[in-house]
Design a protein around this ligand. Structure first.
Ligand code: OSB
Ligand code: MG
Length: 371
């Protein structure tokens, strides 16, 4: 039986410029702030994790600052010296910390990494994944149309299997329909990040004829009832992203029929343990899943890749090469898309490490915690 006694936690607060701005109707992201974690156990095994909250609460309510504070004040003191035989035990240890899913996920991931290393198996294998290349998808999030068409052309040339574009009330469905017809071999997803409302549902309906495989989060997470009304009259399936922050949200989606597909972001649901519970349920209910991205470094992406090897994951996720966002990834090895696919690692654990040499160039503060 595995035994993991937590002996040390290191946090690194970093800020890294993106190669080019990432634009949605809600926010333009130019720099990625994050908190990187390393956990050491009493036998010298180390595990890594990465906070996916942003600098400001534009996507979810947690931010880099709230995650740092929650880790420092509540989560890390609760886990130091504790012994876990499985990563799933973390949630009961943190029962006095409500929600704060992204903060919890950071630690949950590091413990999964240690757990898989102690079993001497790659993480994807430990969680029941299939040994296969993972299909790569890219997100085009530009501020103007011309740039969007250029980036789509480049993504097609690079061999990506799927392109996700950001849409809003001002996007032009007729132009998009033409563009999609121009690339018949490519899957296109539309992500609205909640841009539509009950009053503008008729605008959303214009996207039904475009040829999108799915529309991600057409309405705000507060408007799942409206989403169900729209899904009733539209053929394109909705994939819910912001609406899914727990197992109960998945039950709610299925019950209301507010969407047909789940976008999995482990940070948003509190880590891999909860993501696996959701996966099991979705397989039972025949609800397809795909893996969403958060403009992450290689550690978070490596956890996403492990999840993407599961049988319930049915579409290519937000998996682009490290070089899409970064001059240099903070994790090693970096992610490489080859012929539209990414290889799973063969070494024990999640298969990537933080590169301290690169972190040193971007670090704002660090803190070490011991019992
Ligand atoms: O809505 O899917 C989203 C990035 C940051 C915050 C929200 C979203 C995204 C993306 C994925 O679209 C970007 C990626 O490939 O990492
Ligand atoms: Mg999304």
């Amino acid at each position: 039986m595995v035994s993991i006694q937590i002996k040390q936690v290191m946090l690194y607060h970093v800020r890294v410029p993106l190669k080019k701005p990432f634009s949605t109707h809600l926010q333009q992201v130019k720099e990625r702030e994050s908190i990187l974690i390393e956990v050491l156990d009493s036998e010298g095994f180390s595990g890594v994790g990465e906070c996916v909250a942003f600098s400001s609460p534009w996507y979810t309510e947690e931010t880099v600052d709230t995650v740092w504070q929650t880790l420092e004040k509540w989560i890390i003191p609760a886990i130091l010296n504790q012994t876990f035989s499985h990563p799933d035990e973390l949630d009961s240890c943190l029962s006095s910390v409500k929600r704060n899913h992204m903060a919890k996920s950071t630690v949950n991931h590091a413990i999964w990494d240690i757990y898989a290393k102690k079993l001497n198996q790659p993480l994807w294998q430990v969680i029941g994944g299939e040994s296969k290349p993972i299909e790569a998808g890219i997100v085009v999030a530009t501020a103007n149309n011309e740039e969007m068409y250029e980036e789509i052309e480049i993504a097609v040339e690079k061999g990506y299997k799927r392109i996700k574009i950001k849409i809003s009330q001002t996007s032009n469905p007729k132009q998009l329909k033409k563009m999609i017809a121009h690339y018949p071999q490519m899957l296109f997803f539309a992500d609205a990040n909640g841009a539509f409302t009950e009053q503008t549902m008729h605008l959303l309906q214009n996207f039904d004829e475009c040829g999108f495989t799915l529309i991600e989060q057409p309405f705000s997470e507060l408007h799942n009832v409206v989403s169900a009304e729209a899904q009733k009259i539209m053929n394109t399936p909705f994939a819910l992203d912001e609406s899914i922050s727990s197992f109960q949200d998945v039950e709610d989606m299925i019950e209301r029929r507010s969407g047909k597909i789940i976008v999995m972001k482990q940070g948003r649901v509190g880590g891999l343990s909860n993501a696996l519970r959701i996966h099991e349920y979705c397989v039972k209910k025949d609800i397809p899943i795909w893996v969403g991205g958060m403009i992450e470094f290689g550690v978070s992406k490596a956890f996403n890749l492990a999840f993407a090897s599961l049988p319930g994951v049915k579409f290519p996720g937000d998996f682009s090469s490290s070089s899409h966002f970064w001059n240099k990834d903070l994790a090693a090895p970096s992610i490489n898309v080859h012929k539209g696919e990414i290889q799973l690692p063969s070494e024990p654990g999640v298969g990537v490490k933080w590169s301290h040499e690169i972190i040193n160039q971007y670090v704002l503060r660090t803190k070490q915690f011991n019992p």
